[in-house]
Design a protein. Structure first.
Ligand SMILES: *[C@@H]1O[C@H](CO)[C@@H](O)[C@H](O)[C@H]1NC(C)=O
Ligand SMILES: *[C@@H]1O[C@H](CO)[C@@H](O)[C@H](O)[C@H]1NC(C)=O
Length: 403
């Protein structure tokens, strides 16, 4: 009895092992000719790279789950040191590099290396660029599933062509849908059709070419909820938006009113003053001050409010305690009207930075790998000595946090 049990256990284990390796296909030079026949999710790795080894069990699970869920996406891996010419054709520069390859397009994955995140990315990018919503029920269903969704309303138009173009670039981040006007909920009023809308924060915003600039940068700015839990990855992504990021830096485990209250104040401003601020500001909170301290090279005391300008290295701290929404609004207005004092990235730093730029960019490329193994204080050292921009430091910190 026991022997039979063990036997079947071994058989199952063997089957799982055998199938898990088969579900991730080892790719070689022939891949160049065959890849257009299918949609592929590929891990380009180097045998000596520690982060690639760390990814391997996750990658096998991705292979198993994609197969068992009936996904048409094939999962593969390629030793980029053996097949270096094809890897460089795909623009592989670091390891591991994860790409989804769909017809002649290659989409980079830059998110956290977890099974769930990678699978979500693969399914989103492998699917249609624009997903039609033929009925109100479909709209409701999709709205429940996605905290942020972009929708094109109308028939064929040049705006639709632009929407498709933007989707083909930004599908790596978010979902794009299309519908006719009848499908929209009753609370939506459109002055004109065709239109592009974003639904989020239990409301919607209409893209206005005149006020919002080009569609691509608008989508890039609007793809976040109005209020976020900001961590290294979010801050890294927010770097692309050029927005001002207003965060409550708190200790989430501390239940005192100083901490919970500050978070509520930011949430309230994000919600009630959305129309005033949502174009320029992103709101949220951060748990703990370690990350922000190493970014700002400053000692901010929790709880506090920090406003980061992601377009330059500047940041703002309130000069008195923020105790209610009025205080926060006042602080924000003082930033907008230029009376609040910006810190970091002053004129001198900017000038030196420009001079140091060329030296720096060559150093960055050659030293990048070593830096990924450094401590935050060494990154700060690099920041001082090579005069990185704020977003570059955010990126480095982020890569360190996921590796
Ligand atoms: C919670 O925060 C308050 C105010 O910052 C502080 O005085 C208190 O010591 C903190 N409590 C804990 C348990 O950390
Ligand atoms: C943020 O930085 C950009 C780019 O330097 C600048 O144009 C803008 O005025 C800054 N915003 C604030 C509020 O300081």
């Amino acid at each position: 009895m026991a022997a039979a049990g063990l036997c079947s256990f071994l058989a199952t284990a063997f089957f799982l092992l055998a199938s898990s390796s088969a579900l991730v296909e080892e790719l070689d030079e022939t891949f160049k000719e065959t890849r257009q026949e299918d949609v592929w999710l590929v891990d380009f790795y180097a045998p000596w790279c520690g982060h690639c080894k760390k990814l391997e069990p996750v990658w096998n699970e991705v292979g198993i789950e994609m197969r068992s869920s009936g996904s048409p996406v094939r999962v593969g891996k390629m030793d980029a040191t053996v097949h270096s010419s094809i890897a460089s054709e795909f623009g592989v520069r670091g390891f591991p590099t994860i790409k989804l390859l769909k017809s002649d397009m290659a989409y980079n994955y830059r998110g956290p290396r977890t099974k769930e995140d990678i699978i979500e990315f693969a399914n989103r990018v492998a699917g249609p660029l624009i997903r039609p919503l033929p009925s109100q029920q479909m709209f409701d269903h999709v709205q429940k599933r996605h905290s942020v969704l972009f929708l094109y309303v109308g028939v064929e138009s040049t705006l639709k062509e632009k929407f498709i173009e933007v989707a083909s670039e930004l599908i790596v981040y978010t979902y794009f849908f299309s519908a006719s006007e009848e499908v929209l909920p009753e609370y939506v009023t459109l002055n004109e059709v065709p239109a592009v809308l974003v639904f989020k924060d239990s409301t919607y915003f209409v893209y206005d070419e005149y006020e919002d600039g080009d569609l691509s940068s608008w989508v890039n700015k609007e793809r976040f909820e109005g209020y976020l839990h900001v961590d290294g990855f979010t801050l890294y992504e927010l770097g692309d938006t050029g927005k001002l990021v207003a965060v409550a830096v708190i200790d989430e485990k501390n239940n005192s009113v100083e901490h919970t209250g500050l978070k509520s104040i930011v949430q309230e401003v994000a919600r009630d003053y959305r129309d005033h601020f949502h174009r320029d500001f992103q709101f949220g909170h951060m748990d703990g001050n370690d990350y922000i301290n190493s970014l700002l090279m400053d000692e901010v005391q929790v709880p506090t409010i920090v406003v980061l300008n992601t377009s330059n290295q500047q940041y703002f701290l309130p000069n008195k305690k923020v105790e209610n929404t009025e205080d926060l609004i006042q602080f924000i207005n003082s930033i907008l009207d230029g009376t609040a004092e910006a810190q970091g990235g002053d004129g001198i730093l900017q000038r030196i930075k420009r001079v140091a730029y060329d030296a720096r960019s060559t150093v960055v490329v050659s030293k990048m790998c070593t830096w990924l193994y450094t401590t935050p204080s060494e990154i700060i050292y690099v920041y001082y000595h090579y005069l990185f921009s704020f977003t570059e430091v955010v990126k480095l910190m982020f890569f360190k946090s996921i590796l």
